[in-house]
Write a protein that binds this ligand. Structure first.
Ligand SMILES: [Zn+2]
Ligand SMILES: [Zn+2]
Length: 302
């Protein structure tokens, strides 16, 4: 498995010199696993990923699987700029969990953001084969040899964390979530059990979260490195990777935050745009999920 970070910033893109080292694009993480291209979220970072996929494919076709954590602006805004979606012959499978009966459909939300007066052309102009999959809570997905499952996390309007497993390795993408920093939520601990990497929303400092520095961020739907460390310890995670950086945290601030987070939990890394994590192929470490209904690509219906 290979994890590539194309967007690590939360809420809004922050171009400019002050955020150059950690990066200013909103969430997009690519995971290559057993010959499959998985993508988590379509923040502004997905534009660069699309360019890389087009380049890597040469004259060949791109087939990618895009998994949404949820449909807030910073996680969908790059979608109209994902180049491979416009190329006939390419195929994009889009996966979304409807966390309730009144939850939106991903196709409608992507379509709404691509129409006048806020965007000049509609979703239908994308020439690739777009295949939308709405999942029920708890449904397991298989893409090739990779297995994906999810868990709901606490965030305004709902959100899910994803786990990818293959040949004894596991990574968890858990962004846009909030919980008591001292109390790891059981469903997330279960999802992250013995994962190699836990990508975790650590948007706020403990002081910001508690309201010691500025207004309290409780109820805003994001976490801290302390909460990430608590989940990582409870789940036996190998490496905690802090993600969804606050737009106001410039590179110098992030350096200090990273050092502090590592004092709390040594096996902590901080996501940066352009960072790549490679996992080897040694078997035997994946947590075996309970049997649940599964969905495969063959179930696709336009
Ligand atoms: Zn977000
Ligand atoms: Zn959100």
């Amino acid at each position: 498995m290979r994890i590539s970070f194309y967007g690590v910033r939360g809420s809004i893109a922050t171009a400019g010199e002050a955020t150059r080292r950690y990066g200013g694009n909103t969430p997009c993480v690519a995971v290559e696993v057993a010959g499959q291209q998985l993508i988590f979220d379509a923040g502004t970072g997905i534009r660069g990923l699309g360019n890389d996929l087009n380049r890597a494919s040469g004259a060949g076709q791109v087939h990618a699987n895009l998994f949404f954590s949820h449909l807030h602006w910073d996680h969908i805004q790059g979608f109209p700029f994902f180049g491979p979606a416009y190329v006939p012959g390419n195929r994009l499978d889009v996966w979304h969990v409807r966390t309730g009966d009144d939850a939106p459909f991903v196709r409608n939300v992507l379509s709404e953001q691509m129409r006048p007066p806020t965007f000049p052309v509609g979703l239908e102009i994308m020439g690739s084969e777009l295949c939308f999959h709405e999942l029920n809570p708890g449904q397991v997905v298989r893409v090739g040899e990779a297995k994906l499952r999810h868990a709901a996390v606490d965030h305004p309007n709902g959100c899910v964390a994803w786990r990818v497993e293959h040949e004894g390795h596991a990574i968890v993408y858990a962004t846009d979530l909030e919980h008591d920093p001292q109390v790891p939520p059981p469903a997330l601990v279960e999802l992250a059990r013995e994962a190699d990497v836990l990508i975790y929303d650590a948007m706020y400092t403990p002081e910001e979260y508690a309201g010691i520095a500025g207004p309290s961020r409780k109820g805003w739907g994001h976490g801290t490195f302390e909460g990430g460390a608590a989940v990582a310890e409870a789940a036996g995670v190998r490496n905690l990777c802090l993600f969804h950086h606050d737009p106001s945290h410039d590179d110098g601030f992030m350096d200090a935050l990273a050092a502090r987070a590592r004092r709390r939990l040594r096996a902590t890394s901080v996501a940066r745009e352009g960072m790549v994590i490679e996992l080897g192929e040694s078997p035997g470490r994946a947590h075996v999920a309970a049997a649940r209904p599964t969905v495969s690509i063959a179930a696709c219906a336009q």
